[in-house]
Structure formats: structure tokens, C-alpha cells
Design a protein. Sequence first.
Length: 117
Amino acid sequence: MSLPRRSIGRPVAVAMLFVAVAFLGLISFARLPIDLLPDVSYPRLIIYTEYTGVGPAEVERFVTERVEQQVARVPGVQEVESVSREGVSLVTVRFAWGTDMDFAVLNVRERLQTLDN
């Protein structure tokens, strides 16, 4: 006897099997670890520099451009964006997904230490 014929011949057994599988599926679904707001850390680094008493053009020339040039040489950098305002330079560095950010921060610090002179 084939499986379809047995299923048709025993509708109560098939219904009980269906209910058992559906019940186990609901229990499994309820136990799934789902987080509505998972902890995602984007591979970005923001460098904030103050140079008080100086206009935006000078901040751009003396601070922002130099920081951008050094940071662009760090491995894994995909994009460098900057904003220069009066007395403030803000450089945002975006790294590739999967970049070890601890190592990237160390690399950026090493590059920025060369600017102290």
C-alpha cells in the first residue's frame, strides 16, 4: 500500500501528525532568539580636532587636509569625509565591513602622531 492511500485511509492519524508538527513549529518559533534592535557597530571612526581662534579656511588647510591625507593611508579605509568650521575640524573615516576596529584605531593613532610636528 502506498503512502497516499494509507493517508487517505487514516485521516485521524494524519490530522494528529499535522497538529503535532504545527505545535512543535510554534514552540520552536517562540524560542527563536530575535532582537528587534540588534547591537550593530558600524565600522566608522570620527576624529574631532579643535583649533580655537582660527577660521574655517585655515582649519581646512592646516588641520583637516593633513588629517585626511594621513588617515587615507590606513588599511581598510573606504571613505573619508570632513567638515571644517570655525575652530573645529571633524573627519569621519568609514572602514570596510569586517575591519578590526581596535587595530584600525591603533593605525589611525600612529598616523596622527606624525602630525604633531
